[in-house]
Ligand binder design. Structure first.
Ligand code: SF4
Length: 731
């Protein structure tokens, strides 16, 4: 049987591909000659290689970088625009013919051999490469030959891009949202009156007038449990609450999603942030919100075939996970790094205040392991005992010093569950500290320095940040500070400046007032990746007292293709936009102290911005959270499919500690789920002028930014053991 790859080589290219090929050959006579004179694809590879190596050798640093003889940020910053292209061409050639399992194609093999594809196209009109591929090649050789240059945006341009985006604090936007709230409330009153929606808690007295019912609803609107009870769980109600503004194509996708069993859970507050008509002063402003909760065709098509992303999460009892850690439970504790582990309680915290379309937990929903049956998520009687066992894991581990309590969403847990967890954590910290008194210097275990919560409720449902919750947090901070815990962080997840509403701002103020630092993890979706959008979010968050922590590329495969912004865009954003918030080293110490005075964090940030003349504090790092390898943006583009989807080889982030198992697995291959051309097309559909993004094609190498001291663990005043407990060699 002829292998499939050979069949593909015989496929004729399209007219559009031919036209792009013609342009490609015009870029350089050398390239055209190599392609026309090579008798086979190997000769073409050798010809291109010799040509490019000769050029690259003129730049000693770049050549050494290509050979892997020098690495790191400093070496990376010495590369010029043409070097990026030369290194990419050579990496393509060095990896020519390599086959990769492509999880985007449900495990089908993807083969990368771009020079061969060009040679086939030139000599036989075959190879099956798509126009997306040829466009990428065209930019690549133009970049190498110097006819495609990078123009860095001016500070004025950056400001203009940022100013395009409204925030949820803009009075015009708050007014629109009040109108949305009114509309939603009226529909819900009708549903309650007709008996279509029933609730034991939220019932109207029989003699209430329409106006009184409306006022009652307004009162309920401030209560978070109202929003959970009345969260939308079907496409029809969603459309109705959006004033039937969803078009038939979108509705068709949503019906399919419902049929396939993808849960719907959008609470009325969050729904009120979506526009039903596009306001002239904020065109496209809500897209990052909209596409985060309204499902795409790709997600619906792939649901049922979604593959798990995190290798570390696959745990077999008693056996080390992918990072080498032995865990007491695969569902309650997740661990990748030596210093920190995630605790996922068996409480309502397994759910969230909404279901984000690109959530990696979609895999678990698909398997039926997760749901939004909130009543069933109440903790069982045996939970206290289980919690004690889980916390014992932290207590008896030699390296763990940071506990990240998350879910789902940590703050979906009731106040009593959270208090129970924090009391348990407190006792564990006491015991861990006490046990250390008996250990000698050099044999002591890590004591807990950091307690964190992961929650998107300040965004999805800011009403959840109640005085009672804040009291629990404040009380815990007070007690745990006395035990040497230094960091009390709430990690939240704002996607858009439009999510920063007066209610969200108030929730952050309350958390800050309780002495907790709020940090943000933005997921860099295609809508959130539009020029200036992330910077505007960083700025808006700084203004309300939030520090930016990570800008994450979207994880997952084809199911998340719609929301995926390519990693090249993440690099472009880092280099061309975030740069204006780059923090001069003299301010690092000052920022490091911010969490120690979280109560006045917003004031301190404001003062620093004034003093430093920065538009925002670029404290976050743009990274992809990779299976096995962890957070990194250190990559090289080593291949490309005939569909133009790039193949990236990532390396471990060398700036942080890893499990000893990382020595065996410091690289990961990611095949992107969309080509640059498709990404740009999508931006065009969102109304973007894609000429503003043109330099994206040239960003083929990434380097992880250094971590801010703010996020580092403080040192101990004793000598820690070098022993790793709970660790096993992976077979
Ligand atoms: S809040 Fe986080 S965990 Fe919850 S659905 Fe969104 S991405 Fe997933």
């Amino acid at each position: 049987m002829v292998p499939k790859v050979h069949y593909l080589d015989q496929i004729a290219i399209t007219v559009k591909s031919h036209m792009l090929l013609k342009q490609l050959l015009k870029v350089s006579l050398v390239l055209e000659e190599i392609m026309r004179n090579a008798k086979n694809s190997t000769e073409a590879l050798v010809g291109v290689r010799n040509w490019v190596v000769e050029e690259l050798q003129k730049h000693k640093d770049a050549y050494q970088f290509y050979k892997g003889e020098i690495k790191g940020r400093e070496a990376y910053e010495k590369l010029d625009w043409g070097d990026f292209a030369a290194i990419r061409i050579l990496d393509y050639i060095d990896n020519a013919g390599r086959e990769f399992e492509d999880p985007n194609l449900r495990g089908e093999k993807a083969v990368s051999n771009p020079i061969k594809l060009i040679w086939l196209a030139v000599n036989y009109g075959t190879g099956g490469a798509k126009p997306y591929f040829f466009r990428d090649m065209l930019y690549l050789f133009r970049q190498f030959c110097g006819s495609y240059k990078r123009e860095m945006p001016s500070p004025e341009k950056l400001e203009e891009w940022m100013n395009r985006w409204c925030t949820g604090l803009d009075p015009r936007i708050t007014k629109l949202r009040e109108e949305n709230r009114e509309r939603i409330i009226k529909v819900l009153i009708e549903k309650i009156d007709s008996g279509e929606i029933k609730s034991k808690k939220y019932v109207f007295d029989p003699d209430l007038s329409d106006e009184q019912k409306f006022l009652k609803m307004l009162e309920w609107w401030g209560d978070y449990s109202f929003h959970l009870r009345f969260a939308v769980r079907s496409p029809d109600l969603l459309n109705e609450l959006l004033c039937n503004s969803l078009d038939p194509d979108s509705m068709k996708i949503l019906y399919e999603a419902e049929k396939k069993g993808i849960p719907f859970f959008i609470n009325p507050y969050y729904l009120s942030l979506l526009h039903v008509r596009v306001p002239y002063f904020a065109i496209g402003a809500d897209l990052a919100i909209r596409y985060y909760v309204i499902y795409s065709q790709q997600l619906v098509d792939e649901y049922g075939h979604i593959l798990g992303w995190e290798k570390e999460d696959l745990v077999e009892a008693g056996k080390p996970n992918a990072a080498g850690w032995i865990l007491p439970s695969g569902t309650n504790i997740h661990r990748r790094y030596p210093e920190v582990a995630i605790l996922i309680p068996d409480t309502m915290g397994r759910a969230c205040g909404g279901l984000c379309a690109s959530c990696q937990r979609m895999y678990e929903f698909q398997r039926g392991n997760l749901n939004f049956n909130l009543n069933k998520l109440k903790p069982k009687k045996s939970w206290q005992e289980k919690l004690n066992n889980l916390l014992e894991y932290f207590e008896l581990d030699s390296q763990l010093r940071d506990i990240l309590i998350t879910g789902g969403d940590a703050f979906m847990s009731s106040d009593s569950s959270l208090k129970q967890i924090l009391d348990g954590v407190y006792e564990m910290i006491v015991r861990k500290k006490k046990a250390n008194e008996k250990r000698k210097e050099g044999e002591k275990y890590a004591e807990i320095l950091s307690v964190r919560f992961g929650t998107r409720l300040p965004v999805y449902l800011p009403q959840r940040i109640t005085a009672e919750l804040v009291k629990i947090l404040k009380d815990f901070k007070h007690r745990a500070s006395g035990l040497g815990v230094k960091k009390f962080f709430i990690q939240t997840h704002f996607e858009s400046p439009m999510e920063v509403t007066p209610q969200a701002r108030e929730s952050v103020h309350l958390l800050n007032a309780a002495g907790w630092t709020v940090t943000n993890q933005l997921v860099f979706t295609s809508a959130a990746s539009r020029r200036g959008h992330s910077s505007k979010l960083r700025q808006t968050l700084n203004e309300i007292g939030v520090l930016n922590y990570y800008t994450f590329s979207v994880k997952g495969y084809m199911e998340n293709s719609f929301n995926f912004a390519t990693n090249e865009r993440a690099v472009q954003e880092q280099i061309e936009e975030k740069i204006i918030g780059r923090i001069p080293s003299e301010y690092e110490e000052e920022i490091r102290e911010f969490p120690n005075n979280a109560e006045v964090l917003a004031d301190n940030v404001r003062n620093l911005l004034r003093k430093s003349n920065l538009p925002f504090l670029g404290t976050d790092r743009n990274v992809l959270n990779l299976p096995g390898v962890g957070k990194s943006l250190t990559f090289r583009t080593i291949g490309i499919t005939r569909y133009g989807r790039r193949i990236l080889e990532f390396e471990l982030d060398k700036t942080r500690n890893h499990s000893p198992a990382a020595n065996h697995m410091d690289k990961a291959i990611i095949i992107e789920s969309k080509s640059i051309a498709e990404y740009l097309y999508q931006l065009g559909e969102m109304g973007e002028d894609i000429s503003n993004y043109e330099s994206i094609w040239g960003y083929s190498i990434g380097e992880t930014e250094p971590r801010m001291k703010l996020f580092e663990y403080p040192d101990y005043d004793f000598k820690l053991t070098e022993e790793f407990t709970n660790f096993g060699e992976i077979e």
